[in-house]
Design a protein around this ligand. Structure first.
Ligand SMILES: Nc1ncnc2c1ncn2[C@@H]1O[C@H](COP(=O)(O)OP(=O)(O)OP(=O)(O)O)[C@@H](O)[C@H]1O
Ligand SMILES: [Mg+2]
Length: 418
């Protein structure tokens, strides 16, 4: 590897998945293969305690799921802007902060890009949600600063940021043959982002597109929140959530909240957290439920559980039919079911807030629904059936266009060209 290639790298560092694109000075942007031929990879790091190596993406998830000893890190982006980012954790006999783990992941993305390009890029446009943290500009700025520090620490020299929904819009624009005002929806793992933007083939050449962005909005709700809610409602009761103890009191719920929250799971495995969970035994009338909770924690199966719920959510949405959550790794024959009614009912509140954020964006843009040329959907969670129904009900008559769910933001970032 010798000189740096000329061009712009786009990094979509997502809560659940990351993707990387590249645009040379006179080339169209293209996604780079990150894992074999896959153009996106799970934002996952696994510190293998057996071979003492660090694994990424699908490989990380597969190693964890196969029971290899080690620590899995997921939803790292959800820690940006929180005090937890500077907390240290022990992996393979040394302590590192979550900020450093973010940097380790970015370094890997840069290295994989360098392999694809024949040299390490120095200029990068990173995506960012409209809000990393809702209603807290100080913590929001901290979150971006942490991502900037991580990018600089792994060798990028010029780092700029672009809003994720604007990047998605720039990608969609390439496919348009005439001008349209579009509501771009990016519903990912951690955040929902909206932008109303004027797009068209004649507008692409302009360097400054800020006047075409009519409004943006965002809310900290995404697929990991759907997983959390579905897990709490349908799976955690099997482990004692809302279970009445001998005194007629519910088992304290904190452990169930943390266990169903992707970015909090790893904290439950510390000796202190384990002994707190063990002490809950007295709060249960039904010892079997407590035994299940302890099995999950002792075997470090929290991510496995979250993964099973996520897969069932996706299956239930895709097929519009019941989906089983197999929990036999906790107890032989144990299983939960997600139904289309669960998705509709339990996610109703989150979906209402998400659609309200879309409405707010259109309102602030001062655009009547009849003047919207399309609603463009990107981000994995935008495929969720009840979300599409709720959005279509709110914007009746406006065409929904389903885009590149996992690569659109990254492609658009490289088009931003810093
Ligand atoms: N078919 C599907 N139906 C519903 N949800 C889905 C589907 N496919 C993927 N998801 C969800 O999409 C989410 C991941 O989407 P995506 O990769 O766009 O997010 P991200 O870019 O990592 O997150 P963010 O942009 O919020 O940081 C996950 O929560 C996943 O469960
Ligand atoms: Mg995203």
């Amino acid at each position: 590897m010798t000189s740096s290639p000329q061009g712009t790298l786009g990094i979509d560092f997502g809560t659940s998945n990351s993707a990387v694109s590249w645009a040379g000075p006179r080339e169209p942007a293209r996604l780079l293969a990150l894992e074999g031929t896959a153009l996106a990879m799970p934002t996952a790091v696994f510190f293998n305690a057996e071979d003492h190596r660090t694994h990424f993406g699908r490989d990380a998830v597969a190693q964890y799921l196969s029971g290899t000893e080690g620590r899995l890190m997921r939803s790292l982006k959800s820690l940006l802007g929180s005090a937890l980012l500077q907390e240290k954790t022990e992996v393979n006999h040394h302590k590192i902060s979550y900020q450093e783990i973010v940097a380790i992941f970015l370094a890997e993305l840069r290295q994989r890009a360098a392999k694809a390009l024949g040299g390490a890029p120095t200029r990068v446009v990173m995506g960012r949600p409209v809000h990393f943290v809702d209603a807290d500009p100080v913590r929001d700025a901290q979150a971006e600063r942490s991502l900037l520090d991580a990018a600089l620490s792994v060798g990028f020299e010029q780092v700029s940021f672009q809003l994720e929904p604007i990047a998605a819009a720039l990608d969609y624009e390439r496919r348009l043959s005439h001008e349209r005002v579009v509501l771009v929806v990016d519903l990912g793992g951690g955040t929902s982002d909206f932008t109303v933007v004027r797009l068209g083939p004649d507008r692409m050449a302009q360097a400054d597109r800020s006047r075409d962005v009519l409004a943006t909005s965002g809310v900290h709700i995404g697929g990991t929140d759907f997983d959390h809610k579905l897990s709490l409602e349908r799976v955690m009761p099997l482990l004692g959530y809302r279970h009445l103890g001998p005194q007629g009191r519910e088992v304290p719920s904190r452990v169930f909240f943390d266990l169903s929250t992707w970015h909090l799971i790893q904290w439950l495995y510390s000796p202190r957290a384990l002994s707190q969970a063990q002490a809950l035994r007295a709060e249960y009338a039904e010892p079997r439920l407590h035994a299940r909770l302890m099995t999950v924690l002792r075997h470090r199966d929290g991510h496995r559980l979250a993964h099973a719920v996520e897969q069932a959510k996706i299956g239930c949405s895709q097929n519009d039919a019941d989906a089983a959550v197999s929990l036999s790794f906790i107890e032989a024959g144990l299983q939960a079911t997600l139904t289309p009614d669960d998705l509709r009912g339990h996610l109703a509140d989150l979906l209402t807030r998400t659609v309200a954020c879309a409405r707010d964006c259109v309102q602030r843009a001062g655009v009547a629904d009849g003047a919207l040329g399309a609603i463009y959907l990107t981000g994995g969670s935008s495929a969720l059936r009840p979300f599409q129904r709720a959005l279509q009900a709110e914007f009746a008559g406006v065409e929904l266009v389903v885009g590149d769910l996992f690569g659109g933001v990254a492609t658009g970032l490289a088009y931003s060209r810093g």
